[in-house]
Design a protein around this ligand. Structure first.
Ligand code: S3B
Ligand code: ZN
Length: 311
């Protein structure tokens, strides 16, 4: 009984209808898309680890499964269309998403092999699979792993987190917020790249830092990987959108050039132990490679990193 790919339908967590590629298999339908790389597959962890999400017809009703699957496809397509990258390893690795992980788990993760999404507790988060930028953030951890593989602590870890946010915001392209549609507690977002200080970081109970002088230097959160990521996030925002920040004027160059600079820096120049200063140099080098050493792009990178106090 051969399997074949079909177009299926479903409603997401918030009741939004969407279409996506799935597979007809043994008289049922499963969330396995064989049209992208070696596959995009979504598992339901409710009934045990990594069981395919099945439906008896082409309409899938599990909102988290529908969102995780569709968001993984969107993110796969972003990397393919924008950078010519074929999945996290640039070799078509199957993109695996597991939903309903844990018990009202207020988390999402990339564990080195797959994406996992909690349902949230309804107080802090709605089901996290509903966030396109969340899915793109998690898959981007996979891309980081297969490129610079930035060590997940201290400044290299903050860069790891920042790259996940940068590409998360480039996939979910209508704003510079992260997690804005999955917050259940009335806050604006999980993080803001536009103005990190708009949000209070829960561990430090301080606003997220928007300058190197405000970096977190403690040991929580692997040395603040989800805290100091905001310093590099702000630099990326300024490179794209421009602005005056701590009396430094940055002339923005737009999202298209910004995403190319960061992808080239990540995939060609950064290494596991790269710190913020090396990030500045890698971005300058990448901007010069792509747009010329005396380009607006190089100027924007230099100004943006100066604006956040990174030299
Ligand atoms: C935007 C996605 C995100 O940050 O996911 C996490 C959450 C919600 C909690 C803890 C860790 C992460 C992560 O992926 O770094
Ligand atoms: Zn992350």
């Amino acid at each position: 009984n051969t399997a074949h790919d079909v177009t299926a339908f479903g409603t997401g967590v918030f009741g939004d209808r969407k279409m996506f590629e799935a597979q007809a298999f043994e008289g049922k339908f499963r969330l396995f898309d064989v049209t992208r790389g070696d596959g995009v597959v979504t598992y339901d962890n409710t009934t045990g680890t990594n069981l395919d999400v099945f439906s008896l017809n082409k309409m899938f009703k599990d909102g988290s499964a529908v969102d995780a699957h569709a968001n993984a496809q969107i993110t796969y397509d972003y990397y393919q269309d924008t950078f010519g990258r074929d999945s996290v390893d640039d070799n078509g690795q199957v993109l695996i998403s597991a939903v309903h992980v844990g018990n009202n788990w207020n988390n999402a993760s990339w564990n080195g092999r797959q994406m996992s999404y909690g349902d949230g507790d309804g107080l802090r988060f709605h089901p996290l699979a509903a966030g396109l930028d969340v899915a793109a953030h998690e898959m981007s951890h996979g891309v980081v792993q297969h490129t610079a593989n930035l060590i997940y602590r201290g400044e290299s870890g903050a860069l790891n987190e920042s790259f996940a946010d940068i590409f998360g915001a480039m996939v979910d392209r209508d704003d510079w917020l992260i997690g804005e549609n999955i917050m259940a507690d009335g806050t604006l977002a999980l993080r803001s790249m536009e103005d990190p200080t708009d949000l209070i970081e829960r561990r430090t109970e301080a606003p997220y830092p928007d300058h190197w002088s405000k970096r977190y230097t403690g040991t929580l959160d692997n040395g603040g990987v989800h805290i100091n990521s905001s310093i590099n996030n702000k630099a990326a925002y300024l490179i794209s959108e421009g602005g005056d920040h701590f009396d430094v004027a940055v002339n923005g160059i737009g999202r298209d050039k910004t995403e190319q600079i960061y992808y080239r820096a990540l995939s060609l120049y950064l290494t596991r132990s790269s710190d913020f200063s090396m990030m500045r140099e890698a971005a300058i080098q990448a901007a010069g490679d792509l747009y010329g050493s005396d380009s607006d792009a190089v100027a924007a990178v230099e100004q943006a990193y100066s604006a956040v106090g990174v030299y």
